[in-house]
Ligand binder design. Sequence first.
Ligand code: ADP
Ligand code: ADP
Length: 226
Amino acid sequence: MVLLEQVAVRYSDGPEILRDISFALAPGTLHFLVGPSGAGKSTLLRLLSLALKPSEGRFSLFGRDVAGLERRDLPAMRRRIGVVFQEFRLLEHLTAFDNVALPLRLANVREAEIKKHVGELLDWVGLGDKLEALPPTLSGGQQQRVAIARAVIARPSLLLADEPTGNVDDRIALRLMYLFEELYKLGTTVLIATHNESLVARFPHHQLHLEGGRLAPRTRLSAALP
Ligand code: ADP
Ligand code: ADP
């Protein structure tokens, strides 16, 4: 699904922000990406979402070597990736329904099908009664659920979330985590960047630790060993 071997990343001619990054994400797994602010978590997510290229090393995604991709290959690759941000990034003048429908409309899916799928998905995230609501009228947790629905409506193979619980309280953060868990159980590969260590400690998932641009992969299991 995702394979990085000794990858380095820099912004244009700047210093290397990420160095010597090697890990694999198997299909249908959920990983936390943890580390302090400035560690490079967002940069790693930008790399995985094909917004940045590696300056060194090997990166393959969905079985394809990213270095060998042509510019015209990128849109189709990116459609297989869903992204959720801390600040939701919903379109404020569009209803919850229309925000979630957007990726399907861009893919020219028939309107009858859109109606069915978007309705079902918003039901599933607990917002079946908010289809016509505009984002500013929704709570932070509700807006984030709309954003998650929009990120997964086109059934991406890979879901990347950058501090998705950063703008909601602890109770809502837990509910969002249960939603991410449902998604990975359905077969989506999920990577959640967060600096919320107490949230991470409550869930038995794999953990990738970033610090100063370097990775020390360790699972909760191995971390618990003496
Ligand atoms: P995190 O998400 O863990 O807080 P970031 O990936 O945002 O870390 O930042 C890692 C480092 O990369 C920081 O030193 C930051 O200043 C730098 N950085 C982030 N974005 C850019 C950018 N667009 N251009 C140059 N440097 C950047
Ligand atoms: P550039 O001007 O750097 O050649 P393009 O205009 O071709 O970039 O691509 C637009 C965006 O896609 C940029 O953010 C670029 O970093 C990214 N991109 C281009 N090619 C690749 C690639 N092979 N792998 C990952 N990202 C890429």
